[in-house]
Write a protein that binds this ligand. Structure first.
Ligand SMILES: Cc1cc2nc3c(=O)[nH]c(=O)nc-3n(C[C@H](O)[C@H](O)[C@H](O)COP(=O)(O)OP(=O)(O)OC[C@H]3O[C@@H](n4cnc5c(N)ncnc54)[C@H](O)[C@@H]3O)c2cc1C
Ligand code: SF4
Ligand code: SF4
Ligand code: SF4
Length: 402
């Protein structure tokens, strides 16, 4: 087996795969469905290109942002159907309106989540929403390069490691390219998501077809936000309509995602989980927002402007948003993923051992057992303690104070 970088650090960015003109790199799945590049020695001519461009072997320069905005779309439906404030959607609409192209993570169905090229406004709904799974890159970087060489304004939105992969592949900056990365918690594989959805369909006697999955739904207030697996028919912009739902902590996939049970290995030592950024603009959830006149209830994005290009681009999009400039350190302090990578669940290795033998449901159930015991015990204790009259009153006073 011929690896391009240490397997534990490989992000699957596919810069190597897109670069090899000899088609000497094939993509193989590991035991949990993560895709890894491998060199086919029969076709390789030992040019060394894949080794030299790999962002793990040769990390790219990052920058510390000086400006951050809290922002959300002025369009209510746009905001509702986006994960946080809809900044990504505003950026994409602007680029399409000006005749450019957008690359983002498209969900054709729960079993087909990958980066694709979009050039029409009526297709933009497909990239909306965070998909808590690794988006397949395939050979999309080649398509980005073609657009750039034709002088097309191009927006690429992805995880930081995907942006690093794209930049490494391109090997130079293009004035027409704007890169936007997400604050990133880590990614499970598409195979694990598919297994989880199939289990749900089987349990509920539902036909296997092309459902769409959402991982978060909003309510009226921030506290109403729910994580889970929410399935619905493939309809444009399903911001409101939810069919089948399994919420956190009852769904094993979303619980495993939140507790770091089955991320790609590199996510636990992610070199992008810090304030230094790889892209022109970084977007995330503005969790740590302090006192503000903005309406935070229905989701609010934090938008870090990392480069001059990012600042100019944001100025062009700003009129479509309600926004407020904030302190960079406030945004960083409020977002754990900008301070350290996700912590590896202590049953991570056990899951990798059990999944190929038992399948998703039983492996996840076994590995999350101690989490559930702790979760239900703590909750039960809280309910009992809070039902004591004096404690209940004391708790309500404290709640009001914080
Ligand atoms: C796997 C993952 C983990 C995340 N973890 C955090 C976190 O810990 N903290 C935090 O503050 N924010 C996190 N985010 C980002 C956050 O969920 C929102 O995506 C972000 O705030 C932008 O929201 P929005 O309303 O502007 O756009 P949205 O409507 O959410 O648009 C999302 C944009 O992200 C892209 N995208 C969606 N899914 C993927 C994917 N799987 N891979 C690559 N690109 C994708 C789409 O192309 C689209 O352009 C995460 C996102 C993902 C995909
Ligand atoms: S270029 Fe990306 S996919 Fe290829 S080996 Fe390096 S990290 Fe892995
Ligand atoms: S060394 Fe060159 S030919 Fe061989 S896999 Fe890498 S890029 Fe392809
Ligand atoms: S956590 Fe880091 S390595 Fe993992 S997908 Fe996100 S950016 Fe890539």
């Amino acid at each position: 087996m011929n690896r391009i970088c240490p397997v534990d650090l490989c992000t699957g960015c596919m810069a190597c795969y897109n670069s090899c003109s000899h088609r000497a790199i094939r993509v193989e799945k590991d035991c949990c469905g993560f895709l890894y590049p491998e060199i086919d020695e029969n076709s390789c001519v030992n040019c060394g290109l894949c080794f030299s461009i790999c962002p793990v072997n040769h990390p790219l320069e990052k920058v510390l942002p000086e400006i951050v905005y809290a922002a959300y779309s002025k369009e209510e439906s746009d905001r509702r159907s986006s994960t946080s404030g809809g900044a990504s959607s505003i950026f994409a609409q602007r680029v399409i309106k000006e005749g450019g192209v957008v690359y983002g993570c498209v969900q054709e169905s729960y079993a087909d989540i990958r980066h694709r090229r979009i050039e029409r406004k009526n297709e933009l709904y497909k990239i909306k929403g965070s998909k808590y799974v690794q988006s397949e890159i395939g050979d999309v970087f080649k398509s980005v390069k073609k657009d750039l060489l034709e002088g097309k304004q191009t927006l690429f939105v992805g995880t930081p490691c995907q942006i690093a992969g794209l930049r490494a592949f391109l090997r130079k900056d293009y004035a027409e390219l704007v890169t936007v990365d997400l604050v990133c918690h880590g990614v499970p594989s598409g195979e694990l998501l598919q297994e989880c959805v199939r289990e749900i369909l089987k349990k509920r006697n539902l036909p296997e077809k092309d459902y769409q999955v959402r991982f978060r739904v909003k309510g009226k207030m921030r506290k109403d936000l729910k994580y889970g697996i929410f399935l619905s028919d493939l309809i444009p912009d399903n911001g409101g309509g939810v069919g089948v739902e399994e919420k956190y902590p009852h769904n094993y996939y979303i619980t495993g995602f939140i507790t770091g049970l089955f991320h790609r290995h590199c996510c636990y030592s992610c070199s992008y989980a810090n304030p230094r950024r790889i892209s022109d603009v970084t977007i995330g959830d503005y969790w740590g927002i302090g006192e503000t006149a903005l309406d935070v209830g229905k989701g609010i994005s934090e938008v870090f402007l990392n480069t001059e290009k990012g600042r100019t681009f944001f100025e062009r999009c700003k009129e479509e948003m309600v926004c407020e400039e904030r302190e960079v350190m406030e945004a960083v302090r409020g977002n754990g993923q900008l301070q350290h990578p996700s912590v590896k669940n202590r049953n991570y290795e056990l899951f990798r051992k059990l999944y190929p033998e038992l399948g998703f449901r039983w492996a996840a159930r076994r590995c999350l057992y101690s989490f559930y015991v702790h979760y239900y015990l703590v909750n039960r204790m809280k309910t009992i303690v809070r039902s004591i009259p004096f404690v209940r009153q004391f708790y309500q006073v404290i709640k009001k104070l914080i």
